[in-house]
Design a binder for this molecule. Structure first.
Ligand SMILES: [Zn+2]
Length: 111
């Protein structure tokens, strides 16, 4: 991708006023990162680059599937680290399966 001229030019910003809605973040599909902050953005990018944007659970089963999201291998709620080492690319069906398995585990542990 060639560098776009004037890419770094920001519109004039007022200090101390409420942030306007919309603006630069017009893209859809990134709201799942809410709550993770900008560290997670960097981790995410690193994980996508490392995993070549392929679903890792599928890859371990010899399948090549494009990823849909970057997932924590050990959920933060279970003491997982918010780092690239604890994250991998995952497709939606795998994520769904993993989430339901985790829910079942949590139920077992609670009971
Ligand atoms: Zn998968």
């Amino acid at each position: 991708m060639p560098p776009a001229p004037g890419r770094h030019k920001l519109p004039h910003q007022h200090q101390g006023t409420a942030k306007p809605h919309g603006g630069w973040k017009d893209r859809k599909g990134t709201r799942q990162e809410r709550g993770y902050g900008k560290d997670w953005q960097a981790i995410r990018q690193a994980v996508i680059a490392r995993d070549l944007a392929m679903c890792q659970p599928c890859r371990r089963q010899g399948r090549v599937t494009a990823f849909d999201e970057v997932d924590h291998i050990t959920p933060l709620s279970q003491g997982g680290e918010n780092s690239a080492g604890n994250a991998e690319c995952i497709c939606r069906p795998c994520h769904k399966r993993k989430t339901s398995r985790e829910a079942a585990q949590a139920r077992r542990m609670a009971g």
